[in-house]
Design a protein around this ligand. Structure first.
Ligand code: URA
Length: 245
């Protein structure tokens, strides 16, 4: 819980509306750390114990779900020991303590989710939920069919075979191509390592979709809140995904 006015705390905790919570305070029904509080401006702080009609109220933080179009050159962390720019630097106006849900490499751009909901984070990131992530990959090298089939059936990276994936060619010219690769694992630098293993040099990598959500036309470096339907969709895909394979 962060520092906030008592009536706001009660409303956030689902006790009653802000207005009704004010009434409860004025009626002398609310105690903070054993003391009756009837002053509306009173603030509560982390660790304070709040009771209404003798019943302890547990704080329930509002949940935030955010999609960011991460640019290249930002680390996916809350703070960086090398003082590099972090994805949090792009969220100055979010007004909530969210953290990244999974990660994208420093040199990878695209769809990154952030939230303060631990259950959501677990569903999106735990490999057992088989959540699909699609990447567009700019490569040099010829997009030969057998390389793509290898990516799909699995290649050995770090001594372990990758799970079945989808790989398609979006564009191809003489010495370069743009591929679309969909994986449901989340191993370290997985797409880069898979591409290297079949002979492609990766020039650029962008995540365009995750768990059924598309990046769409969100400008680079910008964020937006997910809609309720989008949160439901990703949670549904995370909880049924394991049965698909
Ligand atoms: N695979 C990678 O190689 N890098 C990422 O950032 C994400 C997936």
């Amino acid at each position: 819980m962060e520092e906030m006015r008592l009536q706001k705390f009660l409303a956030h905790s689902g006790v009653a509306s802000r207005r009704a919570s004010e009434e409860m305070i004025l009626q002398g029904r609310v105690k903070v750390n054993g003391e009756k509080v009837t002053e509306l401006g009173t603030k509560v702080y982390p660790g304070d114990e709040v009771f209404v009609d003798g019943k302890k109220i547990e704080s329930e933080e509002k949940k935030f779900y955010i999609m960011l179009n991460k640019p290249v050159g930002y680390v996916t962390t809350v703070s960086d020991e090398k003082n590099r720019p972090t994805v949090m630097d792009l969220l100055g106006d979010v007004n909530a303590r969210v953290y990244p849900v999974g990660r994208l490499d420093f040199n990878t751009e695209g769809l990154l989710l952030l939230s303060n909901d631990g259950d959501f984070t677990y569903k999106v990131t735990h490999p057992k939920h088989y959540l699909e992530k699609t990447y567009h990959v700019w490569v040099t090298g010829k997009a030969k069919t057998n390389a793509l089939r290898l990516l799909e059936t699995g290649v050995y990276i770090d001594g372990r075979k990758t799970a079945p994936a989808k790989a398609d060619v979006l564009e191809s010219s003489k010495g370069s191509a743009v591929l679309s690769i969909t994986i449901h694992e989340g191993r370290n630098r997985q797409v880069r390592k898979m591409c290297k293993e079949v002979g492609f040099k990766v020039l650029g990598l962008k995540r365009v979709s995750e768990g059924g959500l598309n990046l769409g036309n969100l400008p680079i470096g910008k964020w937006r809140h997910l809609t309720k339907a989008e949160v439901d969709l990703i949670e549904k895909n995370a909880s049924t995904g394991g049965e698909k394979k």
